[in-house]
Design a protein around this ligand. Structure first.
Ligand SMILES: NC(=O)c1ccc[n+]([C@@H]2O[C@H](COP(=O)([O-])OP(=O)(O)OC[C@H]3O[C@@H](n4cnc5c(N)ncnc54)[C@H](OP(=O)(O)O)[C@@H]3O)[C@@H](O)[C@H]2O)c1
Length: 331
């Protein structure tokens, strides 16, 4: 049997619960620790997921010799600080998206991971799901020709009462970093670095972007038309159109529940078969992290630092284009 990777989770919120539940679908992984600032929450989490170590501050988790890797599941306004605490204790880290608030924070995190010689990866789960892998394979095969246009949206009507994490600028609130990041990631994955960016946003009362619409242009003339919103339910779909056909990613394009349809010019569309398994879909990235750690990697060969840097720099450029600012941008 391969070495069991011992996971700890930092922050016991919504995504932490989903990730914990998906770790049960990963062989050779064990969730051993939870850290929450709230004792009642950490106890409930531990009993729900069968976790044996409970910490009521994040640093105690980071310094535990019984943990190999920490999943950072706090709001993105704190990712930099919480990742640094883990790296300080030479603990491998899988950190939720958005990786940081801006490129300056991200470069500090990457530089420190390199200095400490410790594994660090952005938890961009979409990159590891069967749908995304299948779509990239079709594109790379040339089956739909040269990609010219991508349309993708991610929107939901935020329920009342409004979640603080989504609207508080101090927590990194705003639709772009929370969900707009998915359409942006898809466009960059297919078309690379944009040469031009235009964007508009609608602010919420707190100043964060409640909605964001963006157009990205690429060196071959291709365009991506992307959007995010907390104000309305949108289809959460993507269409990738090439000179010889197109791919529809439907019913949540970023997620393993979604379906893919391939339509080639002059042919009727066909649904592409993808592997399905139980869980929410976070097990795919968790397996990859385990594989990386077992062979001593400090950077993922799939979700590389350069992928996260391009994503963060593009988000910075979009924010600059439409006036989305965080306090840390000026500090
Ligand atoms: N990959 C995905 O599909 C996905 C989906 C949803 C969210 N996310 C990402 O995951 C991260 C967390 O999102 P979430 O929806 O799980 O948020 P959440 O339910 O609000 O949980 C965040 C947790 O962060 C901790 N925290 C530490 N300092 C905090 C502070 N000052 N204010 C609020 N919380 C604080 C809290 O844990 P304790 O109180 O236990 O210490 C809290 O439970 C975000 O970066 C988000 O973008 C990813």
């Amino acid at each position: 049997m391969d070495k069991i990777i011992r996971w700890g989770i930092l922050g016991a919120g919504k995504i932490a619960n989903k990730f914990a539940s998906d770790l049960k679908h990963v062989t050779d992984a064990e969730l051993v620790a939870i850290a929450s600032r709230d004792q009642a929450k950490s106890k409930a989490f531990a009993s729900q997921h069968g976790v044996r170590l409970i910490f009521n501050d994040y640093e105690s988790l980071a310094s535990s010799p019984e943990v190999d890797v920490i999943y950072v599941a706090t709001p993105h306004g704190f990712h930099r600080d919480h990742v640094m605490v883990c790296l300080q204790h030479k603990k491998a880290v899988l950190c939720e998206k958005a990786f940081a608030l801006n490129s300056k924070q991200l470069s500090e995190m990457i530089a420190f991971a390199r200095k400490q010689n410790v594994f660090l990866m952005e938890a961009f789960w979409t990159k590891f799901i069967p749908q995304y892998v299948a779509v990239m394979k079709i594109i790379q095969s040339g089956e739909i020709g040269e990609i010219k246009m991508i349309q993708a949206d991610f929107g939901f009507k935020a329920p009342e009462p409004k979640a603080q994490r989504l609207y508080d600028p101090a927590l990194g609130g705003g639709s772009l970093l929370d969900i707009g990041i998915y359409p942006v990631f898809l466009a960059l994955s297919v078309l690379g670095k944009p040469t031009e960016i235009q964007a508009m946003m609608t602010p919420y009362d707190t100043g964060v972007d409640e909605q964001c619409a963006m157009t990205l242009k690429f060196s071959n003339g291709a365009l991506a038309v992307l959007s995010s919103t907390f104000a309305a339910d949108t289809p959460v779909e993507a269409v990738i159109s090439g000179t010889e056909g197109r791919i529809y990613m439907r019913d949540r394009f970023h997620n393993p529940v979604g379906s893919i349809e391939l339509v080639k010019d002059k042919e009727s569309g066909k649904i592409v078969d993808v592997r399905r398994e139980g869980g929410f879909g976070y097990q795919f990235e968790a397996r990859h992290v385990g594989d990386c750690l077992r062979i001593g990697l400090t950077e993922s060969p799939v979700m590389r630092f350069q992928d996260s840097i391009l994503l963060m720099e593009t988000l910075d450029r979009i924010r600059e284009a439409c006036g989305i600012k965080y306090k840390v941008d000026v500090g």
